[in-house]
Every structure is written in C-alpha cells, then in structure tokens.
Design a protein around this ligand. Structure first.
Ligand code: URA
Length: 191
C-alpha cells in the first residue's frame, strides 16, 4: 500500500472516496463507480479487469453476461456471491470496454490495495490476464500460468480465465472449472 492517505481509511470512507474519485479521465465517461460487492470478511477475493456496460449502469461488478457465467461457477462450487468479495483493477468503465491504460491502473490501484488490507482475504483469484499482469507479474501468461499459485504480500494468489474469454471460446470452460476445483482444494488445505 503506497498511498498514505488511503491507508488510513475505513471501508466506508474508502468507498466514498473511491466514488468521488477524479484521478483519471475515466471519471468523465463513467455512469457509476463500481467499487466492489460481497463479504468484507471474505476468505476469497476475486479481481476482474474493469467494469463493462452493465456494471457501469448498475454500479455492481460482474452483472453482465460475463458476470452471469461467473455466478454459475460460484454456484457450482457453493460460493454464494455474498460469501466472497468481487471487485476490479479499475473501478470505472474504460470506454468501449478497452483494456485499462497503465495510468488508469496506477491511479486506481491504491483502492484495491486498501481493500485487500481491510478484507484480509486468505486467497486472491485474478479473473483474466489484465488482473494477473497487474497483481501477479507484468509478463503473466494466462494460458500457461492459470491455476498456478503465486504469492502477493503473503497471500496466495492465482489467476483463471476471464469469464468473457469463456463466452468467446466455450471450449475453455473446462479449464476454468479445474481452476475453481484447485481454488476449493487450496481453501480446504488452509482451513
Ligand atoms: N468484466 C470485468 O473484468 N469486470 C466486471 O466487473 C465485468 C466484466
């Protein structure tokens, strides 16, 4: 956590600060800031890339088609949305769902860093390459390194394929299924 101001904030203060943020140009095109949802004491934190259209409209992460697929996986593994925490690397929608720019990620990452400190999850799962490149390592290769456990600030972290990628290529759904099995096994091992 390298932002001394955010470091002091409670969850509520952090959310309010995030919702008023104008640190990058995404604030000019957003409808809503998508801070995150779920259990603030969750064992498992899921981190996607950034809000899409539906998320921008509703203020909630992963509620569009990709989110509905994520929900199917969560249900299949008995992980209700309310039991985990779900957020993104950037909290405002990049126009036309383009990848977030490095300066947008840099402007936003302090919010996620503080969310991680406050939630203190036991495990972090990156949904897709963009989150993995930011949270695990810049040269992360999603097809090669999904399902592999790394460590970030003492917390085990892995990436699986982004649900939008599974919608584009349903043949890869089995891979994500295996990654979720691996996630549950890791949680069991830690219990
Ligand atoms: N894709 C993401 O990465 N995050 C969302 O919240 C929705 C779609």
């Amino acid at each position: 956590m390298n932002d001394p101001f955010l470091y002091e904030l409670s969850f509520e203060e952090l959310e309010q600060t995030c919702k008023a943020c104008r640190a990058c140009s995404l604030c000019q095109t957003r409808t809503n800031v998508v801070f995150g949802v779920g259990n603030r004491n969750a064992d498992i934190l899921f981190v996607g890339e950034g809000p899409g259209e539906q998320e921008d409209l509703t203020g909630e992460p992963f509620v569009g088609r990709a989110g509905q697929l994520l929900d199917l996986y969560l249900k299949a593994f008995d992980l209700p949305r309310e039991s985990v925490y779900i957020t993104n690397i950037v909290k405002c929608r990049p126009p036309k769902n383009r990848d977030p720019l490095p300066e947008e990620e840099a402007a936003c990452i302090g919010f996620l860093e503080r969310q991680i400190e406050l939630i203190q999850p036991k495990l972090i799962v990156c949904l897709g390459r963009i989150a993995a490149m930011k949270l695990i390592k810049p040269d992360f290769r999603i097809m090669k390194e999904h399902g592999v456990w790394f460590e970030r600030g003492g917390i085990p972290i892995m990436a699986t394929l982004h649900p939008a990628a599974l919608l584009r290529d349903p043949g890869k759904k089995e891979i994500a299924f295996e990654d979720f099995k691996n996630l549950l096994k890791k949680r069991e091992d830690l219990a």
